[in-house]
Design a binder for this molecule. Structure first.
Ligand SMILES: [Cu+2]
Length: 154
């Protein structure tokens, strides 16, 4: 009787091991997130922040400003990861870091912020020949610099 129950319990543990092994493997999601930044120091801060946000791998490219992350979807998501990065002082695709977080960055890490690069882009648009009032670039900021093109209706 005793040996039988031992056998049973061994058998049972085998079954539970098999059942455990067959539970759905956690799905690893990949995502590419644009993150503003400029140097190697930024790279390590951004990657560290992404990992603090739950990413299992995080690789930021200094030239393309693209952060490639992999994470277990049950554990975190792109928004949470971006929040951690913004908290560390870096603007992301969907978020803008608080000024105080940005100001805390090392001098060499004070990158051109998303807003300023967007304005630069607007200026480019406004100086292009096909700029008209209906263009996105004719925001208030831009219109100051390129009133003529932004009042054109055609
Ligand atoms: Cu830097």
């Amino acid at each position: 009787m005793k040996t039988q129950s031992i056998y049973l319990s061994i058998l049972f543990s085998f079954f539970s091991i098999i059942a455990f092994a067959q539970t759905k493997p956690a799905t690893l999601k990949s995502e590419e997130i644009k993150v503003w930044g400029n140097c190697g120091m930024c790279k390590s801060t951004i990657e560290k922040a992404a990992k603090a946000g739950g990413a299992s791998t995080a690789i930021w490219n200094e030239d393309t400003k693209i952060l490639k992350v992999k994470y277990v979807s049950a554990k975190t998501n792109g928004a949470k990861i971006q929040q951690k990065i913004a908290d560390a002082g870096y603007d992301t695709k969907d978020l803008t870091a608080k000024d105080e977080a940005y100001n805390n960055l090392h001098e060499c890490c004070k990158y051109d912020r998303k807003a300023t690069t967007a304005v630069k882009h607007d200026k480019d648009c406004c100086s292009s020949k096909d700029c008209t009032a209906s263009k996105d670039c004719c925001s208030d900021k831009c219109a100051k610099d390129a009133k003529d093109c932004c009042t054109k209706t055609k």
